[in-house]
Design a protein around this ligand. Structure first.
Ligand SMILES: Cc1cc2nc3c(=O)[nH]c(=O)nc-3n(C[C@H](O)[C@H](O)[C@H](O)COP(=O)(O)OP(=O)(O)OC[C@H]3O[C@@H](n4cnc5c(N)ncnc54)[C@H](O)[C@@H]3O)c2cc1C
Length: 371
């Protein structure tokens, strides 16, 4: 059996996490952790946190409600030298969670960590934002802005658990433009920054002014987008050294515009998305990244795989780039096998490698990918 690179990486991560987790469990500090943080729950089913509606249990699960408690947790892990694998979870819209569960401390950032503030008065902004705005390409090389021009801009500060959709709505309701492209992208501000999500010609990178995160070694750091290596569905947070880093919040730049025009763009993009995507089924959106020079959906459709099904997982009839969960007993391994089948078919027919956009998380084994 030949496995593609990302599947091998998923298996390696699962093996490493199993070893780390078992080692941590044997340490005396493990019971202390659960005692010091009563909010940490054990054996939590993850299906409700995964948009694909598959997956086993998290060994440990913690929902973030404040930065200070999260800091206290990270300090505890360091002081006690408790080398636990950590997995971050947003809305689970881009995840394939293993049926065998996740042997890690799963940290969830959702509605309880979702403060959002619009800041229209530039006189109150921190200097790094002012500097960053002056560099922003939207200004087309202008070095200085008049008072009136500054008043055209606003910042939106958002905690990572807020949804991107809600943030787009807030901007639109207040007549600020810049985020419309993201009106239909599901997921949290944290997850969409991690993925550098994008649609219809825009990406999160285009409107980001700064990202605040907790580093794996327990420091709070604010970075400008230039340092985040934001590329097509990838970011600095994906490098191995950043494993366990938590995106805490971001700041977006938006610009005053006509409210009706903004609403019209959002309406248009929503209609487009609803007509082209199977939004009434659980999925992770596009399963594969766009291969250079091709469209994954077209290759899969040309390979006559639309409607092809393994267990409860099916290639969408509407958009071949989507795998949809069509049965209540659908397993994560049905989706893995279908991904593998698509990759093998497209590779043999067209010589194109389809790399997955979806993130494999949890305790995968080789059997999960076997035909
Ligand atoms: C119907 C549908 C349509 C979609 N359309 C699009 C689209 O048009 N464009 C697009 O780009 N994507 C699209 N997606 C994919 C998905 O919306 C994005 O990938 C989004 O970024 C996922 O956000 P999330 O909060 O659900 O992240 P999750 O799926 O929970 O996590 C994704 C990754 O981010 C990490 N992560 C999450 N939160 C944090 C945090 N706070 N700190 C550090 N790491 C974190 C996770 O560990 C994981 O590796 C679509 C998905 C669906 C289901």
């Amino acid at each position: 059996m030949s496995l593609f690179q990302q599947e091998i990486a998923a298996l390696q991560t699962a093996t490493e996490q199993r070893a780390m987790f078992n080692q941590a469990r044997e340490q005396a500090a493990f019971p202390k952790l659960v005692a010091a943080f009563p909010a940490i729950r054990r054996q939590v089913p993850l299906k409700p946190y995964c948009n694909f509606a598959v997956g086993g249990q998290a060994a440990l699960f913690y929902e973030v409600t404040s930065e200070s408690e999260l800091m206290r947790l990270y300090r505890f892990l360091r002081t006690e030298q408790l080398n636990l694998p950590i997995v971050l979870l947003g809305q689970g819209c881009n995840l394939l969670l293993s049926d065998n569960g996740v042997n890690a401390l799963v940290i969830y950032l959702g509605a309880r960590f979702a403060k959002t503030a619009l800041s229209p008065d530039y006189r109150t902004w921190d200097y790094p934002y002012i500097e960053e705005i002056q560099r922003h390409e939207a200004l087309q090389g202008k070095e200085h802005l008049s008072e009136e021009e500054w008043q055209n801009y606003a910042l939106i500060h958002v905690q990572a658990g807020q949804t991107l959709k809600r943030t787009v709505q807030l901007a639109a309701q207040n007549s600020y433009s810049g985020l419309e492209f993201a009106c239909g992208i599901p997921g949290t501000v944290g997850g969409t920054t991690y993925m550098n999500a994008g649609a219809y010609g825009g990406t999160v990178a285009d409107c980001l002014l700064g990202v605040r995160y907790l580093s794996p070694d327990c420091n709070i750091i604010e970075l400008r987008p230039g340092y985040l290596d934001l590329q097509y569905r990838s970011s600095y947070f994906m490098i191995p050294a950043m494993q366990g880093a938590v995106i805490l919040g971001v700041t977006y730049l938006v610009q005053k515009a006509n409210k009706q025009d903004i609403a019209a763009v959002i309406k248009d993009l929503t209609i487009k998305r609803e007509s082209l995507q199977p939004l009434n089924y659980p999925s992770a959106g596009s399963i594969f990244k766009r291969p250079e020079g091709y469209y994954a959906g077209k290759l899969i459709s040309d390979a006559k795989l639309k409607g092809f099904r393994i267990g409860g997982a099916m290639v969408s009839d509407l958009h071949a780039g989507f795998i949809v969960n069509v049965a209540t007993d659908c397993q994560s391994r049905d989706i893995c096998r279908l991904i593998h089948k698509i990759q093998k078919t497209v590779q043999s027919l067209y010589g194109v490698t389809l790399a997955t956009e979806v993130r494999y998380i949890g305790d995968f084994t080789e059997q999960d990918f076997e035909d």
